[in-house]
Design a protein around this ligand. Structure first.
Ligand SMILES: [Zn+2]
Length: 125
């Protein structure tokens, strides 16, 4: 068995530098992010790395008013699922958008959120 072409570690290393990288199934063309072992669509394990534009639209969102432990100071904040131009959907935090402006279909662009050594997926207008 070979290693996946994009590991979670390399995914977040690239994300930290502002690049969103997905994996594309060699069996059916499905795009997956973050990386996983097997294609959820066809079960193949034939990934190729694919650079993503990071541009997409908001598919659904929630405003977190009571944050999980360790994030209490961050609340309230918005999280959502962004449907990328390439077709894949990814979950992340939504920044720089007033809550009243949040709407399904809002155009957003990937922006890494780097706190100390930790990188997470974010989106901004
Ligand atoms: Zn597939």
């Amino acid at each position: 068995m070979s290693e996946p072409v994009v590991t979670l570690k390399s995914f977040f290393e690239q994300a930290r530098e502002g690049r969103l990288t997905g994996i594309k199934c060699g069996g059916c063309g499905e795009i997956a992010i973050p990386p996983k072992q097997f294609c959820a669509n066809c079960g193949a394990r034939a990934w190729q790395s694919v650079p993503l534009s990071g541009e997409g639209t908001l598919a659904s969102y929630t405003i977190i008013r009571v944050a999980p432990a360790g994030h209490a100071a961050d609340a309230p904040y918005a999280v959502g699922v962004v449907k990328l131009k390439e077709g894949a959907a990814i979950f992340g935090r939504i920044v720089d958008v007033p809550f009243e402006k949040l709407a399904v279909g809002l155009a957003l662009r990937f922006r890494p959120i780097v706190v100390k050594e930790q990188t997470s997926v974010g989106f901004a207008p």
